[in-house]
Design a protein around this ligand. Sequence first.
Ligand code: NAI
Length: 278
Amino acid sequence: MTADLKGKAALVTGSGKKAGIGYGIVRKLAECGVNVIIADLVGKETRQNEPLANNMAEMTHLAKDLEKAFKIKAIPVELDVTLQGSITKMVDEVQKQFGRIHILCNNAGTVFGVPNAIHTYDQDAWMKTIDVNLHGVFRVSKAIVPLMTDSGGCIINVASRAAKVPPLFNGAYAVAKAGVVMLTKVMAKELAGAGIRVNAICPGVIQTDFTDWRFKLEADILDSTVEEREAEMLKSIPMGRLGTTAEAADLVAFLASDQSSYITGQAINISGGQLMEI
Ligand code: NAI
């Protein structure tokens, strides 16, 4: 189904954690024969109240495993999407390794400063959340599009259900993800002439560390348990289960492939029916 992907080169941001959606995406693309850049924060705080995550040794190990399993090239690269210097360094490495990029997936995302209503939200946490989730997509896209323009490409931005349905006390994340959806549409219009399609995916709840962290936070606030929070969440999902990283990755591979050749500027829900729109 995705045979046209073989031999292409992809960059996926926030893809250095084995349990995350980003790694699921690089793994799926590698399985389709794509050479991949695994780009992620190294040794920094990835989320509010999280221990420092990702180290280069682990990312190198993930890359080597993919090379062995799928006979492709996989390169681990340190990347902080909030720092222009880090992006420039990463682009130099991409150019050195692959020359050009066919597929960019802006997946890096995070949350700081929750739970808080707008009037109690810490300003630095608000700015940082929007900087990673929204401005990070702008910065990385701006840097990578020049590596695509010769013969086109695909950009897939990972937004969220929160872009479309306002969550409680998580305003910066929701506003940033809504911004990602509009940025997707703006880029799709601007880049169509250059043969670059741009789409977003809007996951509902996908089982990752992020989800575990979220259920724990909710349980602490509501004096409940993680199991109770998950059970409550499942009631709102018609399919009655959380999504998997592999399911999110399948959608990204579809949007990166010629199978979706007439689709651009869309924000596609993947939520087990939790989000339905006309
Ligand atoms: P995760 O926390 O496992 O992965 C996020 C990745 O982004 C991490 O590898 C982290 O190191 C990276 N990251 C954070 N700040 C960064 C920065 N400044 N520069 C570069 N990388 C950075 O979470 P998960 O669940 O895999 O999320 C992936 C994407 O999917 C995120 O954009 C998230 O907002 C989105 N999403 C996830 C949902 C879920 O239910 N898991 C639901 C809706 C959206």
